[in-house]
Design a protein around this ligand. Structure first.
Ligand code: HEC
Ligand code: HEC
Length: 133
């Protein structure tokens, strides 16, 4: 009788200490999310760049233009009122998603690149990279 009573009290104490820790974790996560709006939160149709801070999406798109030697409309439908960027009409946009995933994978796996894998690494300013070795 006495023993099981003590057990309950110990478990109770542990719960009292763990729950605030969990709440604190959740709270600081919520604060982080508030600090930097992600691309997924700001834009309509983000499948790969979900965690990219929203203010970095524009600069990244400009880098992609340069790396491939194209303009935004190579991948995007752009209507007269500047809407349409969320549409997946052009196959180049889907290809670009696959390329983003691949480039990330290369960066992560190939330590010798020191995280510097990029579109430019292969494309060198051309949408279709040179195929010769
Ligand atoms: C080589 C293809 C490519 C080019 C060129 C390109 N983009 Fe994108 N863009 C993408 C892809 C792919 C996504 C979606 C990313 C995802 O799903 O995570 C995207 C997403 C976007 C979005 C978010 C739309 C939404 O609401 O979901 C905007 C805005 C955007 N691009 C603007 C631009 C602008 C401006 C340019 C030119 C400076 C540009 N892009 C050039 C491939 C491209
Ligand atoms: C490791 C080399 C490599 C990297 C890195 C790379 N690409 Fe590619 N990319 C290629 C090759 C090779 C092709 C041609 C494949 C094909 O014909 O389907 C290609 C094709 C493409 C195409 C289709 C072109 C067309 O004519 O339809 C797009 C769009 C593209 N890449 C975007 C990107 C973007 C955006 C990045 C950076 C996030 C990137 N690529 C990074 C090698 C690469």
């Amino acid at each position: 009788m006495n023993l099981s009573h003590r057990k309950v009290r110990t478990v109770g104490l542990a719960t009292v200490m763990v729950i605030p820790a969990l709440l604190l974790g959740v709270f600081s996560f919520a604060q982080d999310a508030k600090k930097a709006e992600t691309s997924a939160q700001k834009y309509k149709n983000i499948k790969v760049l979900k965690d990219l801070p929203a203010d970095q999406l524009g600069p990244l798109m400009h880098k992609i233009n340069t790396a491939l030697g194209v303009k935004c409309d190579y991948c995007h439908v752009i209507n007269a009122d500047h809407s349409g960027f969320d549409l997946d009409t052009k196959p180049q946009k889907q290809k670009a998603r696959e390329m983003i995933i691949m480039t990330r994978e290369i960066s992560k796996r190939q330590k010798t690149l020191e995280g510097k894998a990029s579109c430019f690494m292969c494309h060198h300013g051309s949408a279709e990279p040179a195929m010769a070795p």
